[in-house]
Ligand binder design. Structure first.
Ligand SMILES: Nc1nc2c(ncn2[C@@H]2O[C@H](COP(=O)(O)OP(=O)(O)OP(=O)(O)O)[C@@H](O)[C@H]2O)c(=O)[nH]1
Ligand SMILES: [Mg+2]
Length: 392
């Protein structure tokens, strides 16, 4: 399963975001370092279900009227402060948690109501721009530290006649969740000596920075938009980085209200309807939230998850079926599974994602939307429904 980590300074709303997105109850409080051990849970990205092309909605477990929710893993880690890579705050142990993540959502407090340590200050007095750069820098320095610590062993290996610097670096960085292909791309664009003994600190830092950028892309969740000064959010949106305005607290309130049957709202909707039985006080709070959602295009929580997976990680959703006409599996379930594959994947890649045996026995595939056989090198598109024919 793809893994998204919520990182960022303390008290920015990571655990609130996590609770809203996973419906798991974790500690949330208005002081720094509420979270110590990481929380892990299942959340979803949202996309259009292929059943929208048919007369009837599919009623799959994760489909609500054509809104399809595809599972991903969400990790909520302890807050990060400047100097964390050298042990400041809760130190760098939680940075290790990020090793397993495919992509990072950096949750910042766009209201400027918490300082760099996460301590509450008056709204608008801390510049949220500062909270973006330091997180990237801490991650880069942390990885540079890992490279440093492993350098002696690379030097030692270099005495062997079979030594290959690219192989040695790929080996060392694989523990960081970097694939050989990703490392090959980084090394292609870097200039460095073949002999590890001649490497300077700047070579190691450049390597760490490039590997981090490629393997842990970041989208910023500009959180607390419900209380943030509008110009703060606008300034953040002008950056040449992906920034999504969010209100984690708003999303949490809406999901709770939806569970209680008070509002009609599905995660990722940009609006909601208020039902019966809502008190005047609740209605006032909901109307306030509606204004923020109108202004910033929803609560942004679902949007940030979707951006991380579909834009940063460039995934598409593919739906394997056994029956190309009914779009069902062997038990008659319509569109039972959805896979998030890298853009450019082929039917063979989908076969392997379903099961290695299915991949090994791959014969051919049928595009169930057109009912035509497709070639091995066909590039899957978002929402493709595919029947795979395999000997296994
Ligand atoms: N107004 C507003 N407050 C929020 C929002 N999201 C979170 N908060 C509040 O911010 C405070 C911190 O929230 P947490 O979710 O505990 O923050 P965290 O980033 O997990 O903090 P640490 O675990 O200490 O790193 C709590 O008082 C939340 O209620 C939001 O969107 N709007
Ligand atoms: Mg927390």
């Amino acid at each position: 399963m793809l893994s998204i980590a919520l990182a960022g300074k303390p008290n920015a709303g990571k655990s609130t975001f996590y609770t809203a997105a996973t419906r798991a109850e974790v500690d949330v409080a208005n002081y720094p370092f509420t979270t110590i051990d990481a929380n892990r849970g299942v959340s979803y990205v949202r996309t259009d279900c292929p059943c929208l092309d048919r007369d009837e909605r599919c009623n799959a477990d994760n489909c609500t009227e054509g809104k399809r929710y595809v599972p991903i893993e969400l990790i909520d880690v302890a807050g990060l402060v400047p100097g964390a890579h050298e042990g400041k705050g809760l130190g760098n142990q939680f940075l290790d948690e990020l090793t397993n993540a495919d992509v990072i959502i950096n949750v910042i407090d766009a209201s400027g109501g918490t300082n760099e340590k996460g301590e509450p200050v008056d709204i608008g007095t801390h510049d949220p721009l500062e909270d973006i750069d330091f997180v990237e820098e801490e991650m880069d320095l942390w990885l540079a530290g890992i490279v440093d610590r492993n350098w002696e062993s690379v030097e030692r290996k270099s005495r062997s006649p079979e030594f290959d610097i690219d192989e040695a670096l790929a080996d060392m960085l694989s523990g960081f969740g970097a694939s050989p292909a990703q490392i090959a791309i980084v090394l292609r664009d870097l200039e460095y000596p073949d002999d590890p003994i001649q490497w300077e600190d700047e070579h190691r830092e450049a390597l760490a920075r490039d590997v981090r950028q490629r393997t842990k892309p970041i989208v910023v969740a500009a959180n607390k938009i419900d209380v943030a000064p509008e110009e703060n959010v606008e300034k953040l949106l002008e950056l040449e980085k992906p920034v999504i305005p969010t209100t984690a607290e708003g999303e949490l309130a809406l999901r709770n209200a939806a569970d209680a049957g008070l509002v009609d709202y599905d995660p990722g909707d940009t609006e909601f309807e208020i039902g019966e039985g809502v008190s005047d006080e609740q209605r006032e709070a909901l109307d306030g939230l509606r204004a923020a959602m109108d202004r910033w295009d929803g609560t942004g929580v679902q949007g940030a998850l979707d951006y991380a997976v579909y834009d940063l990680l460039e995934r598409i959703t593919a739906y394997p079926v056994q029956d190309a006409t009914k779009w069902t599996d062997a038990k008659g379930n319509v569109l039972p599974d959805a896979f998030l594959l890298p853009r450019g994947s082929t039917p063979v890649d989908l076969a392997y994602a379903v099961h290695s045996d299915i991949g090994d026995g791959y014969l051919h595939a049928v595009n169930a939307k057109t009912n035509r056989e497709i070639g091995e090198s066909y590039e899957l598109a978002e929402g493709d429904v595919i029947k795979i024919v395999s000997t296994n």
